[in-house]
Design a protein around this ligand. Structure first.
Ligand SMILES: [Zn+2]
Ligand SMILES: [Zn+2]
Length: 158
């Protein structure tokens, strides 16, 4: 039987140096597995099978720490709870206005938009955020389905 020794972990708090602890590693691995941009509560549920004794507060703190280091990203989308993203590269999101799901969009960020603003603004522009909104495929299907339901009552065979 292999015993894993976690005794290095408590030293973390006394050291300002970031350490990739097992908790963080598990959180990062689970976050990278999904494309749904989970909230801290959802990450907590995802890691519990592997970290049965972890608390929601610890998960939250670790998520904050990982995002401060740029290892993951915080996704602050308008009007929703903070979500976390295992993809640390710049990319855009689309949010479903009905179920609030947040997903990546398959286009590259427009660097040109920042350069355009640099030409006309006195701000030092360091980045930009762009969020698309719409209906996800499931919600779109549901919306279409509910329109079709009524005429289908007298539907004939074959
Ligand atoms: Zn939806
Ligand atoms: Zn993302």
């Amino acid at each position: 039987m292999i015993r894993i020794n976690y005794s290095t972990e408590p030293r973390l708090s006394s050291s300002p140096k970031f350490r990739m602890t097992r908790q963080r590693q598990v959180i990062l691995e689970e976050l990278k597995k999904v494309s749904c941009h989970p909230t801290a509560d959802e990450v907590y549920d995802m890691v519990r099978p592997r970290l049965p004794r972890v608390s929601l507060g610890t998960v939250y703190r670790n998520l904050e720490m990982l995002s401060e280091r740029g290892i993951i990203q915080k996704v602050d989308v308008a009007g929703t709870r903070r979500r976390f993203d295992g993809n640390a590269k710049d990319h855009y999101h689309v949010r479903c206005i009905r179920c609030e799901r947040v997903e990546d969009v398959p286009i590259e960020p427009f660097a040109a938009i920042e350069n355009a603003l640099r030409g006309v603004s006195e701000y030092e522009i360091i980045g930009h955020q762009l969020e698309f909104i719409g209906l996800c495929p499931q919600c779109k299907r549901k919306a279409q389905g509910s329109h079709k339901q009524a005429p289908e009552i007298g539907r004939k065979e074959s």
